[in-house]
Structure formats: structure tokens, C-alpha cells
Design a binder for this molecule. Structure first.
Ligand code: 5GP
Length: 215
């Protein structure tokens, strides 16, 4: 039997307004058994419709700083004046159980993850152009004009760091983008470097046939 692979740590980033949250929701809806989506902690205020423990664990600044002190986060970053961080325990449990874990995080966090887990797969999602991004942020209507401007400035900074990622996906047609993300992750599982157990097993089996032929 093929040896069970360890789960892949997948980082999914994109500009604010790129639709990455929706891409993740659809990915989880279609392929729930394949992936575990990590729920981050944040100090930002919940948006209408957001629930504690579902989109985020909403924390006060003090609570968040306690989590940092107690080393409960794999990584954390400040993003437009709020803290965001990935709780460690869930990610470690799920990876050990062989599930792929998805972190929907921004670029500073993504870079820290790549340093700590060189095997992590980094995906970046972008809209087809900058104008679409601005329109989406305005239409979403969840942030003030000031915060939208700050997020667009941040998007420019993030664009300067896109080379840190392994793959780019364009979120123009939602379902196509979701399928593409799924297919990239499936392909990653087929990499020779992630299948060393199989490679060694089949080598041993073939070696056995060589001996038989010698007799
Ligand atoms: P939003 O406020 O729009 O939900 O998220 C703002 C940014 O924070 C997004 O780019 C999102 O991906 C990022 N983010 C969410 N959770 C985390 C986290 O745990 N760590 C880091 N570094 N970034 C996060």
C-alpha cells in the first residue's frame, strides 16, 4: 500500500478585495474532506455576518499579546493597524493527521511560514487588474474610504513581494479559480520529492527481481 503522505501546508494570499475569502469558502464547500482551513486570531472588529470562531477568533489586543507571549501562534503580523496570527495547535494536529492545511494570510506571515516550513506551497491570488480590485473593495462596503485607501497602499507593497510565491492564480471567474487552486495542490502531492517513500519502496521491489534473474 502507498505510504500515507504528510499533509501539505498551503499558504493562500492575495490583495484585500481579491476575493480570496470567497475562493476559500468555495474550495472548502467542494472539497471539504481534502482540506483543513486554519482559523486565525485577530484584533480587528468583526464585520456584520462574521462569527467568532468561524471567520476569526476575535481577540482584544491584550488577549492577542498573551497568545504571542505563550508561543501559541506559528506566525503573526500587523496589517493596517491590527494583529493577525495563526494558532499553532490546530495546524500541527491536522498536518500530522495527513490533511492539507490552508492558511489564508498576508505576505509577512507567508514569508515567515516559508522560512519555517520550506516545503510549504505558496499561492497568490489576484484580480485581473488593479481597477477591478478598487471596485470590489468599494462594492463590498465593509470598510471606510480611509481604510480602503490604506488597503490599496498595502496592496502595492504586497505586489512588490509576489516573487516570494510559487503560483499565481487570477480570480476572474470564481469557479475556474477554485478548480485551479485545487488542481495546483493535487499536483503538488505528485512531486517526486514528496513521494520519497514510494520511490524507495519500488526500488527495493525491483532490486528483488534483479536478484531472482541472476539465479
Ligand atoms: P481581513 O481584515 O480582510 O479579514 O484580513 C486582512 C489581511 O490579513 C488579509 O490579507 C488576510 O489574509 C490576513 N490574515 C488573516 N489571518 C492572518 C494570519 O493569521 N496571519 C497573517 N500574517 N495574516 C493574516
Amino acid at each position: 500500500m502507498e505510504q500515507k503522505q504528510k499533509g501539505i501546508l498551503v499558504v493562500f494570499s492575495g490583495f484585500s478585495g481579491s476575493g480570496k475569502g470567497t475562493v476559500m469558502q468555495e474550495l472548502m464547500r467542494l472539497y471539504a474532506k481534502d482540506y483543513a482551513l486554519s482559523v486565525s486570531a485577530t484584533t480587528r472588529q468583526p464585520r456584520a455576518q462574521e462569527e467568532d470562531g468561524r471567520e476569526y477568533f476575535f481577540k482584544t489586543r491584550e488577549e492577542f499579546e498573551k497568545m504571542i507571549e505563550k508561543n501559541e501562534l506559528i506566525e503573526y503580523a500587523l496589517y493596517v493597524e491590527n494583529y493577525y496570527g495563526t494558532p499553532k495547535a490546530y495546524v500541527e494536529e491536522q498536518l500530522a493527521a495527513g490533511r492539507d492545511v490552508i492558511l489564508e494570510i498576508e505576505i509577512q506571515g507567508a514569508k515567515k511560514i516559508k522560512e519555517m516550513f520550506p516545503d510549504a506551497l505558496l499561492l497568490f491570488v489576484a484580480p485581473k487588474d488593479a481597477r477591478t480590485l478598487r471596485e470590489r473593495l468599494i462594492l463590498r462596503g465593509t470598510e471606510s474610504a480611509e481604510v480602503i485607501e490604506a488597503r490599496l497602499c498595502r496592496a502595492f507593497e504586497e505586489a512588490l513581494g509576489m516573487e516570494a510565491y510559487d503560483y499565481l492564480v487570477i480570480n476572474d471567474e470564481l469557479m475556474e479559480c477554485v478548480k485551479e487552486v485545487h488542481s495546483i495542490i493535487r499536483s503538488e502531492h505528485r512531486k517526486i520529492s514528496r513521494n520519497q517513500g514510494f520511490v524507495e519502496k519500488i526500488r527495493d521491489e525491483l532490486k528483488f527481481f534483479q536478484k531472482e534473474n541472476e539465479i
